[in-house]
Design a binder for this molecule. Structure first.
Ligand code: ADP
Length: 455
């Protein structure tokens, strides 16, 4: 069953029960009010009247039972309202009926047991009876005043049917309007479902719900759904271009390797042969670097890092300087500032991150240039700056250089041994540690890469 009908029926049930209980309560209240006002008041007034007359007679010493035997004349009959006839009956303590008002005909009223002077409904709800007890000649007598409830009952039955019809109409109307309201409220969900189904069947991630209604729970669901599809679409597109880029990067060295292998099969001079082998080794090394970097990137992006180690950034910086000095040639590698800062993270990956920045700085700085490393506290962050006096990066390319396989100068980067993944790895590691990386650069003057890691 759909949510719409489940909600509607639940509401209908609760509402129906509530309205029915209210109607029942109203019915019972009206009934008892009508009985007490219309019947009991008359019985009380009439009985009080007659009993006072009787009392008078007892004072005269007249035998009570005999006096009451004249009761038939007490029968009060209203020809316009036969139901308002009041019946009177006298009984002794043993329940023997001694006298009855003549309007009773052959009917005998039930004798009420007990001594309560309150009206009671008897004979299956058809009779209201008010007993009155008195003592005469050492005996207890019960004088009962009664009135038929048949007209009250038929009035109440009519009112009951009217109430029932009102309840049914009320509940039906409420159910109908609730069903319409819920249907309207849930209609965007149908659109979301239809969009999801069409995406699932067509694999077309460009489709969106594009909900323009109010920003309620359903509106938020539709917006979140669109956001999620947008993200998945972006991820899929970057995944596709990543696979295409990776294949392209690996196809280059493979083509060179195949060409040189073909060459080696021929009759080559010793000089050409050793040149071919040197090229083969270089391309193999490049492929190995690309594949290693791809593996590191996959590891970093999957988030499987051991971030619980306590790492000294100062040590990492000194190690990076040592390694850079090995390939620095005429470049100077200096440490400007080295605070003793420790962070929580994956020591090996943090080492690789700083190493990549320093390697790039050396790679893109001509001989005679200077690479300056700094480590210092910046608010709640540990900040590492790697500044060089190298070739710099054109401003319009700065936003892209952290993309996978993005290179400013492709030929130069390849020549200098870059895989195009170094900065993507730096960014990935920084972000996996809750940090970030940024760059400022001036063409021909140098670049500064800064990494922030939370302390
Ligand atoms: P690569 O392996 O090609 O160096 P990276 O991802 O490490 O790849 O760097 C991306 C591009 O950013 C490089 O191709 C280069 O053009 C540019 N780049 C990176 N670091 C520097 C730097 N210190 N100075 C100038 N350009 C840089």
């Amino acid at each position: 069953m759909s949510i719409r009908w489940r909600l509607t029926l639940s509401f209908g049930f609760v509402f129906g029960v509530a309205v029915a209980v209210a109607a029942l309560f109203l019915f019972v209240a009206i009934q008892s009010w009508v009985v007490s006002v219309r019947i009991d008041t008359r019985l009380n007034v009439y009985s009080a009247l007659k009993v006072s007359e009787l009392s008078g007679e007892t004072e005269d010493g007249i035998d009570y039972a005999i006096a009451v035997a004249s009761l038939p004349s007490l029968g009060y009959y209203d020809p316009d309202h036969p139901d308002s006839t009041i019946w009177v009956q006298l009984a002794d303590a043993d329940g023997n009926v001694l006298a009855r008002s003549n309007n009773l005909g052959d009917v005998v009223l039930p004798v009420i047991s007990g001594r309560n002077l309150v009206p009671k409904t008897v004979s299956g709800g058809t009779l209201r009876i008010l007993p009155y007890y008195f003592e005469a000649n050492g005996q207890i007598y019960q004088l009962a005043f009664a009135q038929s409830l048949s007209s009250v009952n038929s009035d109440m039955a009519r009112m009951g049917i009217a109430l029932l019809l009102i309840v049914v109409a009320f509940v039906a109307l409420a159910i109908l309007s609730v069903a319409i309201m819920i249907g309207r409220a849930l209609s965007p969900v149908k659109t979301v479902t239809a969009t999801a189904q069409s995406i699932a069947s067509s694999s077309d991630l460009s489709r969106r719900v594009n909900y323009h209604g109010p920003k309620d729970e359903i509106g938020q669901l539709a917006a979140t759904f669109d956001q999620m599809i947008e993200q998945i679409d972006g991820l899929m597109r970057s995944q596709r271009s990543f696979v295409a880029d990776a294949s392209h990067e690996l196809r280059g060295p493979l083509t060179v390797i195949r060409g040189n292998l073909d060459l080696l099969k021929r009759d080559l001079s010793e000089e050409d042969r050793s040149e071919s082998i040197r090229v083969l080794e270089a391309e193999m090394a490049r492929m190995t670097r690309i594949i290693n970097d791809l593996l590191v990137l996959a590891e970093v992006e999957s988030g499987q890092l051991d971030r619980e180690q306590t790492v000294s950034l100062k040590e990492i910086l000194l190690d990076a300087q040592d390694r850079a000095l090995l390939m620095a040639k005429d470049r100077r590698i200096v440490i400007e500032r080295q605070d003793d800062l420790w962070v929580k993270g994956d020591a090996h990956k943090l080492d690789q991150m700083i190493g990549n920045l320093v390697t790039n700085a050396v790679r893109y700085t001509p001989d005679g240039g200077t690479i300056t490393l700094s480590l210092y506290r910046d608010g709640d962050w540990a900040r590492v700056d790697v500044a060089d006096t190298g070739i710099g990066i054109p401003a319009e390319q700065l936003p892209d250089i952290f993309e996978r396989f993005y290179r400013v100068d492709k030929a130069r980067s390849r020549r200098s041994g870059g895989s195009g993944l170094g900065l993507a790895i730096v960014k990935g590691i920084a972000e996996q540690h809750g940090g970030r990386v940024s760059v400022t650069s001036e063409l021909g003057k140098g670049s500064t890469f800064s990494v922030w890691l939370s302390l």
